[in-house]
Design a protein around this ligand. Structure first.
Ligand SMILES: *Cc1c(COP(=O)(O)O)cnc(C)c1O
Length: 458
C-alpha cells in the first residue's frame, strides 16, 4: 500500500474522539447515543473506503457534518405530505380524500390515549366497536342497519361470502369490472366461495337475461358501478329497482356495489347526477357497499348499509373480524359522517373541491403565479374527481404552467421537496393544477417551486 494512504488510514479518528466534540453533543440531544454512534461508524467506514481510493482525510468537523446529514435524512418520515397538483381530486396513489380539520382532530384525540373502542360507558361493560358509526350511517342513508370494514373491496368480499357463499351470483357482462389494484369482480366472487353467472352482453343486459339465469343455486343478483370506464352508444342496463323486484319475486338478494358511493346529490355541487347510496336503498337493494375515502370524503373504509336481516348475517360472519377497522379510522369515519349530517357537503373537502368554479381556480392560479415570477403562466386544463368515482366526467380547471425547459428534471426536484409536490407534464411544461390544491397550501407550494427554479437575477 501507498505510504501516504497508510498514513491517512492511521490518522482516522476513533468514534470516541468524534463523540467528544461539541457538535456530537447537539446530535445526542436529538438522537439516541446508539444512533449517533452507528452513524459515526458508517461515516468512518465511508471515509476509510475513500482514503483507499486516494482521497484526502476530511477533518473531524466534516465527518460530524456528514453524520448529522445522514441522521437528519433518516429521520424524515417515509410516508409524508404531498401537495396534489395533478388535477385529480381523489388520487388513489396520493391517499385519496384529504380530511377536514375536525376529522384530523378527532383522530388525534383518540390516538394519544385510551378510548371506548369496545366499551359501553353507560353500563361499564363490553360494547360494540361500531357503536358510534352505525347510527350515523343509518340516519344518513335511511338503511335499517350498517356494518363497516377496512375498505370497499373487503366489504364486497364479506357481503359475497356471507350472502352468496356456496351459491351463484348473477352479474351483467357490462359490469364485470377491474377496479384499480387488481380488484376484479369475478375474482372476488370466487374468493367469496360463490359461482359467477354472467348474463347479457358487454353493452346490453335486460331484466329477462337475469330472470332466465336464475336457478336453484342462485342467491344474489349483483350490481356493480362501472367506476372507471363508460360504455357509450347503444347500451341498456337494469336499474336496481327492477332487480329488487325480481329478487323479491324469486326469494333472492340484491347487492349493489356502488364503489364511490356518494351520500350527496352531486347536482348540488354543479356536477352531473349520480345515484346516491340513499337512492339505491330506496330502490330496494338489500345491501349497498361503498368506499369511505371516495365521494364520501373520509378515511379508507368499506361501508355496508342495508336491510337488518342481511346486515346481521354480515355481522355474524367470521371474516368481519379479519376485515375490521382500527380505532383511528373509526374516529375519522365518525367525524366525517358527522360533518355530512351536521354541516353538509360544503364541509367535506373532497366535495368542496369538486364544486369549485373556474373563477375560484383562476384566482388561486393567479395568486400562485404572482408568487413565482415570469416563468409561470396560466393554462386551462381538464381535471377529474378520480378514484374511479365518475369516469369521463371532466371538471374544467386551471393550472400554473412552469415553462423552464427540462420538465422531467423540474418534476423530479419538485417531488424531492418537503412537502413533496406532484404535478404533471404537458407539452414540455410542468403543470401545477389548482383543482386539488388548497389555498392554505399556496405558500408551501410557491416555496417548493422557488427552491427548484431560481428566479432570474434582478
Ligand atoms: C373503488 C371501488 C371498489 C374498491 O373500493 P376500495 O375502498 O378502494 O377497496 C369496489 N367497487 C367499486 C365499484 C369501486 O369503484
Amino acid at each position: 500500500m501507498d505510504g501516504m494512504i497508510a498514513g491517512r488510514l492511521r490518522a482516522l479518528p476513533q468514534v470516541q474522539r468524534l463523540l467528544e466534540r461539541p457538535e456530537a453533543l447537539t446530535l445526542t440531544g436529538r438522537f439516541s447515543r446508539d444512533a449517533v454512534v452507528a452513524s459515526l461508524r458508517a461515516v468512518l467506514g465511508e471515509v476509510r473506503a475513500e482514503l483507499l481510493h486516494g482521497a484526502a482525510l476530511p477533518d473531524d468537523a466534516e465527518m460530524l457534518r456528514r453524520a448529522a446529514a445522514a441522521l437528519g435524512a433518516n429521520s424524515r418520515p417515509g410516508l409524508r405530505r404531498v401537495i396534489n397538483a395533478t388535477g385529480i381530486i381523489l388520487h388513489t396513489n396520493l391517499g385519496r380524500a384529504p380530511m377536514a380539520d375536525e376529522v384530523a382532530d378527532a383522530v388525534a384525540a383518540v390516538a394519544r390515549g385510551y378510548c371506548n373502542l369496545e366499551y359501553d360507558l353507560d353500563t361499564g361493560s363490553r360494547g360494540s366497536r361500531t357503536q358510534a358509526v352505525e347510527p350515523l350511517l343509518r340516519e344518513l342513508t335511511g338503511a335499517e342497519a350498517a356494518v363497516v370494514t377496512n375498505n370497499c373491496a373487503a366489504a364486497m368480499l364479506l357481503a359475497l361470502s356471507a350472502l352468496a357463499g356456496g351459491g351463484e351470483v348473477i352479474v351483467s357482462r357490462g359490469e364485470l369490472v377491474e377496479i384499480g389494484g387488481g380488484f376484479r369482480v369475478p375474482d372476488v366472487i370466487q374468493q367469496g366461495g360463490a359461482r359467477l353467472v354472467e348474463v347479457g352482453t358487454t353493452n346490453k343486459t335486460r331484466l329477462a337475461d337475469y330472470r332466465a339465469a336464475i336457478g336453484p343455486h342462485t342467491k344474489v343478483l349483483l350490481k356493480i358501478h362501472q367506476s372507471n370506464f363508460r360504455i357509450v352508444g347503444f347500451t341498456e342496463a337494469v336499474e336496481v329497482a327492477a332487480l329488487a323486484e325480481l329478487a323479491r319475486e324469486t326469494g333472492l338478494l340484491v347487492i349493489d356495489d356502488l364503489g364511490s358511493g356518494t351520500l350527496t346529490d352531486l347536482r348540488r355541487l354543479g356536477r352531473p347526477p349520480e345515484a346516491t347510496v340513499q337512492d339505491s336503498l330506496a330502490a330496494g337493494a338489500d345491501v349497498v357497499a361503498f368506499s369511505g375515502d371516495k365521494l364520501m370524503g373520509g378515511p379508507q373504509a368499506g361501508l355496508l348499509a342495508g336491510r337488518a336481516a342481511s346486515i346481521d348475517r354480515l355481522r355474524r360472519h367470521p371474516l368481519l373480524r379479519a376485515l375490521r377497522l382500527d380505532k383511528l379510522s373509526l374516529a375519522a369515519l365518525e367525524a366525517t359522517l358527522r360533518l355530512h349530517r351536521d354541516q353538509g357537503w360544503e364541509a367535506v373537502p373532497v366535495l368542496g373541491a369538486m364544486a369549485q368554479t373556474e373563477a375560484t381556480l383562476t384566482a388561486r392560479a393567479e395568486r400562485l403565479a404572482a408568487m413565482l415570477g415570469p416563468f409561470a403562466g396560466l393554462r386551462r386544463t381538464t381535471g377529474f374527481s378520480g378514484g374511479g368515482s365518475l369516469p369521463g366526467e371532466a371538471i374544467p380547471s386551471v393550472a400554473v404552467a412552469l415553462a423552464t425547459g427540462i420538465p422531467d428534471r423540474l418534476a423530479a426536484s419538485l417531488r424531492a421537496q418537503h412537502p413533496a409536490v406532484v404535478g404533471r407534464i404537458h407539452d414540455g411544461d410542468v403543470l401545477l393544477d389548482m383543482l386539488a390544491v388548497a389555498d392554505a397550501e399556496l405558500a408551501d407550494l410557491a416555496a417548493a417551486v422557488l427552491a427548484c427554479v431560481p428566479p432570474p437575477p434582478m
